[in-house]
Write a protein that binds this ligand. Sequence first.
Ligand SMILES: *Cc1c(COP(=O)(O)O)cnc(C)c1O
Length: 401
Amino acid sequence: MLQKVIKCNKKYIKNYIKKKRTVKLIKFNVPVFTEKSKEYVADAFAQKHVSGDGKYTKLCNDFMRRKLGCDEALLVHSGTAALEMAAILANLQAGDEVIMPSYTFCSTANAFVLQGAVPVFVDIRADTLNIDESKIEAAITPKTKAIVPVHYAGVACEMDTIKTIAKKHNLLVIEDAAQAYDAYYKGIPLGTLGDMGCFSFHETKNIMAGEGGLFVTNNSKLAERAEIVREKGTNRSKFFRGQVDKYTWVDKGSSYLPSDIVAAYLFSVLDISDEIQAKRRLIWQRYYDAFAALEQQEKIRRPIIPAECSNNAHMFYLLCPDLATRTEFIAYLKEHDVAAPFHYIPLHSAPAGRKFCRTPQTMNVTDKIADTLLRLPLYYDLTQAEQERVIELCFDFWKNR
Ligand SMILES: *Cc1c(COP(=O)(O)O)cnc(C)c1O
């Protein structure tokens, strides 16, 4: 192992000296920004309504309602905000428990911790890296109120099983669909299968607004309250529709609306969403096909997508055999100006996770994936030449291993 590291380091130094500084850094992510983005943002200013729920927010909400075929879709300022709304709407009492994976972003858990609830972590499946549905029931206690499936990399969790368990134990299903725009389970859009769904339009997601998110539900009672929770606990939305003659504070809530400038940017990205998705799928497929050879040699493992799940090409990752090799792999790519980050530090091992959450079962798969996964550059403007350089570098790294 040590020999390998020394050999590898020597190679870095040699390459570092030789390296022509003209080589362009290939970033992990580059946000989409078009001429339309400038045009729509300028138009948002021209409307003289740049706070929330202006022209572009409505256009985005309508677009997403049509796209998802859901009853209510509300633009919010982040995926985190959507999760916080869901947590408020779940009516949790202090000490109530919410089951979720640990291999996720901290907002999945944080939203519930803010309501005094306790996230309870369940291990993930080795194939999809999603919550292991076969381990959920063992984690249910009389305090359990909800299951939060996270659709990692836009690949669906086993939703039929999860919904059956939820029904049996009378639990809410809140989907963290932050990575799941344009992703489906048995043909149904992710985010619309549970009681509530939460999307993110952060600049690292397929569809972006810089910062942005979306709360969706098909439940009319939740929808009515969601509108209030999003508007600082007031019935202002009803007031604007003329359904009440003055608005007032009626429920818990916070400020979850984005400015209409943000919505204008988002709408410019939605304008070319089909092109974005087609391009991302092409890039994803090129990686997938290219790395078949390395998988056959049992050097790395590619993503696995079950037949009932679609692929929205949110992420392309590789799984290395162990942490040491991944560390070398990332360093090698970095030395050659390619950004290929690993992903989550599992929440059960994070300081706040240990403090606020419960981990009743073993987390072997989660720990293994956290040590071995790395993500390759995948964004709309990535050129074929750039991608070929990434692939070539990966093959160089694995050549003599
Ligand atoms: C991005 C992401 C979030 C948070 O979304 P923001 O828009 O950044 O607040 C939450 N959960 C998951 C799984 C994510 O990937």
